[in-house]
Design a protein around this ligand. Structure first.
Ligand SMILES: C[S@@+](CC[C@H](N)C(=O)[O-])C[C@H]1O[C@@H](n2cnc3c(N)ncnc32)[C@H](O)[C@@H]1O
Length: 363
């Protein structure tokens, strides 16, 4: 029995089609472009996971970055990015490097990290390890010290650098990472009904016994309470937390058949404390699927009932892992759920078995 794909092997799954789909996710791409235009001018940038289109690297070069280093693990995407950069006559301003970012050495330090290595659960594609590593080995210390709140994390990240403490104390530009924050929210939910599956352009597939479903959009009418954050990745000091243990309490807004947890991701480009995220996977048109963690049993619940969700994220290793446990009125509902889903021998999360045909039936 194996866990789901680790972040390194996920890099091999990207294709021309997935890069085009991400580019055409208008809300996401425009939000990155706007943020990069506002921040990258005159700075040396590192784009972690540049993809076949070198998307963020090209944006930064066009925004007047002093130089851009762009790292890509996928060999085909790397070759395509080199070609794209050459075709755009940006080869003197963008250096594309092949490899997994934690293995790659840069010729100099940078002032700004760019990255879109966020998963359908934000930390699932290894962004925490990649950003922490980039902060330590590639980010100039002068750009890291922002405020007393972030100074400790930045200093930790720079331990062992040859750059001086005096340099660290210099006043610095406020943004060291685009995005500056990504978070994942969850809400107790019913199983989507027949109308939801009927609205999809293709049938939904899931492994028999799977605990993880990937829905192309968030069916908001299944939520039994407003979503709450369980994973909050703050990149403002380029030192996102690797361990998240959160207990969330929901008071149900309506009665229903509790069947799982509906998750979505929100991204903040330059203002970590903005009241509205720049990008949300709950918005129509998002390329990120919405994860539905499926409980092993269904429970009829009344409005006003208290549902407690214990969510744990372990993101500091090469294999990010999440677990979720649900309680209603102090009693566990179903078994503990895992992401990636390792409960089904031999099955990858989201694999085969027709769920569309079970349209709307409670399972
Ligand atoms: C979600 S795609 C984003 C591509 C592009 N930056 C964009 O925004 O459209 C993530 C890309 O990063 C690569 N990748 C993920 N983690 C990486 C890492 N730590 N080092 C190098 N490449 C990575 C993947 O192979 C993939 O090409």
């Amino acid at each position: 029995m194996s866990l789901g794909p680790d972040p390194r092997s996920l890099c091999e799954r990207y294709t021309d089609e997935t890069y085009a789909r991400m580019r055409d996710d208008h809300a996401r791409t425009c939000a990155y472009e706007q943020a990069i235009k506002a921040v990258a001018s005159g700075r040396v940038c590192l784009d972690i996971g540049t993809g076949a289109l070198g998307l963020l690297a090209v944006m930064a070069a066009r925004a007047g970055a002093a130089h851009v280093y762009a790292i890509e693990a996928n060999a085909q995407a790397y070759a395509a990015a080199v070609q794209t950069v050459a075709d755009l006559q940006l080869s003197d301003r963008v250096t594309v490097l092949q490899g997994y970012s934690t293995d790659v050495q840069l010729p100099r330090r940078v002032d700004l990290l760019l990255h879109e290595i966020l998963g359908e659960i934000a930390g699932a594609e290894g962004v925490v390890v990649a950003v922490r590593d980039a902060a330590k080995r590639h980010l100039a210390t002068t750009t890291r010290v922002l405020s007393s709140a972030t100074a400790t994390a930045a200093t930790d990240a720079s331990a062992g650098d040859s750059e001086s403490a005096a340099e660290s104390a210099a006043v610095a530009p406020a943004i060291v990472s685009i995005p500056v924050r990504a978070r994942t929210l969850l809400a107790p939910a019913e199983f989507p009904g027949a109308h939801y599956f009927a609205s999809l352009p293709f049938p939904m597939l899931a492994a028999p016994g799977a605990t993880v479903l990937k829905l192309p959009s968030l069916p908001r009418d299944v939520l039994l309470a407003a979503p709450q954050t369980f994973e909050d990745l703050r990149f403002d000091a380029a030192a996102p937390e690797g361990v998240h243990d959160v207990t969330l309490e929901f008071v149900l807004e309506r009665p229903g058949a509790l069947r799982g947890l509906a998750l979505h991701v929100e991204v903040f480009m330059t203002d970590a404390d903005a009241s509205v995220p720049d990008v949300s996977s709950a918005q129509p048109g998002s390329h990120w699927p919405n994860v539905f963690m499926l409980l092993s049993e269904e429970l009829q619940v009344e409005a006003g009932k208290r549902v407690v969700v214990r969510a744990c994220a372990r993101l500091e290793t090469d294999q990010p892992l999440y677990t979720f446990e649900v309680e209603v009125c102090g009693k566990p509902v179903g078994a503990r759920m895992h992401y990636p889903d390792n409960l089904v021998p031999g099955a990858a999360p989201g694999d085969v078995q027709d769920l569309g045909r079970r349209n709307g039936r409670r399972i």
